[in-house]
Write a protein that binds this ligand. Structure first.
Ligand SMILES: [Zn+2]
Length: 72
């Protein structure tokens, strides 16, 4: 299973991530001001809108399922 996205806000060494804009591998770190995109071009692209939305939606999703069975 491969992580498709790194949650923002994680400080530390650079990570290898996939640009949500073009899907190319790029660095997520201080040296990449366009993170999580590979470049400013992708960051300012039209897909930047849905990428940001996806990130927000993904971050807002709660893994806890309401259908919680207390039988176990
Ligand atoms: Zn890109």
């Amino acid at each position: 299973m491969t992580a498709s996205a790194i949650p923002p806000g994680l400080e530390g060494p650079e990570r290898d991530i996939q640009c949500p804009g073009c899907g190319k591998p790029c660095k997520y770190g201080p040296s990449n001001p366009s993170r999580p995109f590979c470049s400013d071009r992708c960051r300012n692209g039209d897909f930047g809108a849905w990428a940001t939305e996806s990130y927000r939606v993904a971050a807002a999703q709660n893994p806890v399922d309401e259908q919680d069975s207390e039988g176990e």
